[in-house]
Design a protein around this ligand. Structure first.
Ligand SMILES: [Zn+2]
Length: 484
């Protein structure tokens, strides 16, 4: 007998034949999908632990956020009205002080809050890069979600030495890769050419040799000084840096590429590496010289481009449908209309994202044999009806607020709008408490109408030592000048 039967849904399967079933049934047994087919009268009368009449709803695979940081999710609202440069300073100040002044409870609350946001936005899988990966693995695992989690390794951004960070990463991989019935996986996550010394890249290559099944997840070309920084590590450019260590292949995810050019795009595509684009964060906080990633060249050479929210708490929105919409509008603005079709965008949030993570045989489409990660979206309202073009509706008018039901690995985590997988009140209360501690300790002034950062100079709030090392490596001037 099935555990879950969803009948009479409009199913967008995202399978190889791009099948859309107007009135269909999905059967789930244990953690797997066992059938996806047009609804029969027998389906409507079937018995199961959960029978969901999905008339007026769309079923799609769970959404996949392919690049996110979570440690500081509780800053939501603090940064909303800051400019890019100011935000970077304030973020750095928090990153340097939170661990010692706020401690573990702050990060536990942040991950709990993030899991709740994820559940309520239909994000069933996240590809995270964080400084508190073990807390994240526990939170994601216990919330019933799926996550690929990389301990961020960056000796220029963290006081701990590169070697210590590499050892921590190895311990994390040993402990958590495949945990929670395989819902939690580890990745190898060097911060990027900005944050890592050549020694760290060498250690990353060793980790990769020891764990070839893991994804490599990194930032690349997110700064106009990317080439200078790669030169500091002895390479002509960031792509060459990865090539020198054997890190550029189809197990690699490169995030941002804002300052990459057509030639870089060709090299990335030819190596089979995947590209993660995060359009909202970079347009919300445009800092410095305007740049955008080389989409036409990436497409021309056949690169797999997917989407991530990055730091959604900086711009207060965890909605991947909106992220897809922003991706399209900004790409059209930069490169002319029709860069992506609506269906392309849906694939980027599901099956293409699963492929980037090496999980396309498990998730990303609704197909018998796959793990049961799916959403039901309520479109039976005057806001949406009548609908004639479903992919267009999903990427233009539907929002995460329309997600009604969330299933991950065969478990009903959100049922008809009610979150079952977490104690919502406890998560909210803890998040509020920790957020108050953050404000008291970091000196922010906040009220319901907005937030103001502390007036004390950042140089009096952070330890300059890692910054001085980084400046030297990047060939930049003094720390004082940098923070003028
Ligand atoms: Zn990032």
């Amino acid at each position: 007998m099935s555990d879950i039967i969803v009948h009479d849904a409009t199913i967008i399967t995202l399978d190889q034949s791009d099948r859309i079933i107007k009135r269909g049934t999905i059967r789930v047994s244990g953690n797997r999908i066992t059938a996806v087919a047009p609804t029969t009268s027998a389906d409507q009368r079937s018995e199961a632990a959960h029978v969901i009449d999905a008339e007026g709803k769309i079923a799609i695979p769970g959404l996949i956020d392919t690049h996110r940081h979570t440690d500081f999710a509780l800053v939501q609202g603090l940064f909303s009205d800051l400019g890019g440069a100011e935000l970077l300073k304030e973020a750095l100040a928090l990153y340097h002080t939170a661990e010692s002044t706020l401690g573990k409870s702050f990060f536990e609350a942040a991950w709990g809050f993030a899991c709740l946001r994820q559940l309520s936005h239909g994000v069933t899988t996240v590809n995270a890069m964080d400084f508190t990966p073990a807390i994240g693995a526990e939170a994601i695992g216990q919330a019933g979600l799926r996550g690929v989690i990389g301990p961020e390794i960056a000796d220029f951004l963290k006081p701990k030495s590169g070697q210590e960070q590499l050892r921590d990463a190895r311990r994390f991989i040993e402990r958590y890769h495949g945990a929670f019935d395989g819902r939690v996986l580890a990745s190898i996550a060097p911060g990027g050419e900005v944050g890592c010394s050549r020694d760290v890249w060498r250690g990353v290559a060793e980790l990769r040799d020891d764990y070839p099944e893991l994804r490599l997840h990194t930032h690349l070309y997110d700064s106009p000084a990317a080439e200078t920084m790669a030169a500091g590590s002895g390479a002509d450019d960031p792509i060459t840096l990865l090539e020198q260590f054997g890190l550029l292949d189809d197990r690699t995810l490169l995030t941002h590429l804002l300052h990459a050019d057509r030639r870089d795009a060709r090299r990335i595509a030819e190596a089979g590496a995947h590209v993660v684009h995060c359009p909202t964060v970079y347009s919300y906080f445009q800092a410095g010289e305007q740049a955008w990633f080389p989409l036409p060249a990436l497409r021309e050479h056949g690169a797999n481009v997917v989407l991530g929210l990055d730091d959604p708490f900086w711009f207060d929105c965890w909605d991947l449908f909106q992220e897809a919409k922003h991706a399209r509008l900004l790409a059209n603005f930069e490169y002319r209309a029709q860069q992506w079709s609506s269906y392309d965008l849906l694939k980027m949030l599901t099956i293409d994202a699963a492929r980037a993570l090496g999980l396309d045989d498990q998730i990303g489409s609704l197909k018998p044999g796959k793990r049961a990660d799916l959403l039901l979206i309520d479109i039976d309202s005057p806001r949406h009806q009548p609908i004639s073009n479903l992919p267009a509706a999903l990427t233009n008018t539907v929002t995460a607020g329309d997600v009604e039901t969330v299933v991950v690995d065969g478990e009903l985590l959100v049922d008809g709008g009610t979150v079952k997988a977490m104690d919502v009140e406890a998560v909210q209360t803890t998040a509020e408490h920790e957020r108050e501690r953050l404000q008291q300790n970091a000196g922010w002034e906040t009220s319901i109408s907005g937030s103001r950062p502390p007036e004390t100079s950042i140089l009096r709030r952070v330890s300059p030592r890692p910054l001085i090392r980084a400046m030297k490596h990047w060939g930049q001037g003094s720390v004082n000048e940098f923070f003028q």
